[in-house]
Design a protein around this ligand. Structure first.
Ligand SMILES: CC(C)(COP(=O)(O)OP(=O)(O)OC[C@H]1O[C@@H](n2cnc3c(N)ncnc32)[C@H](O)[C@@H]1OP(=O)(O)O)[C@@H](O)C(=O)NCCC(=O)NCCS
Length: 162
């Protein structure tokens, strides 16, 4: 380890009081790491009308993992049986292996009590990342955001092998 290497992030189940820090990391990740794949208007509208409360149901269900270092949330992942529902890493931590680590843990959780392939709805910018982790594109899709009902192109992906 080099002298100035940061300590590794620790990963734990998120609790309700994490929701503001998670939402802050969510915005940091999207606004900095998704901008190459979506239009400026899509980026402006991504979080329109949304607050940290958007993560309350998943946190309360015990379906969010949070990665932190020295009290700062660096990323988080969400899951339900059969699906990885959320995966966001702050730009300062991207490329260091944290996304892959969170994905593997979320997949393990998503496989619990589920028999069949794990799915993910991937942003356009993250399709290559999921392909490196064994997912294949199934079909193009979109989600809708904002009062103007803007469409955001995404890719439905599936990972067959266990
Ligand atoms: C996608 C994301 C989670 C990846 O996290 P990360 O911490 O940068 O990924 P890692 O460092 O673990 O990378 C793991 C591997 O994937 C590769 N990779 C990372 N991002 C990639 C991309 N966009 N396209 C292709 N490969 C990618 C890395 O090079 C690395 O490969 P290696 O193991 O051969 O070195 C992160 O870029 C992110 O949060 N993006 C913005 C939010 C987003 O779009 N999330 C997906 C929501 S569905």
């Amino acid at each position: 380890m080099t002298q100035n290497a940061p300590p590794p992030a620790s990963i734990r189940q998120a609790v309700f009081s994490d929701s503001r820090a998670i939402f802050d990391a969510h915005q940091d990740s999207v606004l900095n790491l998704c901008a190459s794949a979506y239009t400026p208007l899509q980026m402006q509208t991504w979080f329109e009308g949304r607050t940290h409360e958007v993560h309350w149901p998943a946190i309360q269900a015990g379906q969010v993992l949070v990665a932190e270092r020295e009290g700062r949330v660096l990323g988080f992942a969400g899951f339900v049986p059969g699906e990885v529902t959320l995966l966001f890493v702050r730009p300062e931590a991207a490329g260091s292996g944290l996304g892959g680590q969170l994905l593997r843990l979320a997949m393990t959780q998503a496989e619990t009590g589920h028999d069949g392939p794990i799915t993910v709805v991937a942003t356009r910018n993250s399709q290559g990342f999921y392909e490196r982790h064994g997912f294949v594109a199934v079909e193009d899709s979109f989600f809708v955001r904002g009062a103007a009902e803007l469409r955001y192109e995404v890719v439905n992906m599936r990972r067959a092998e266990r």
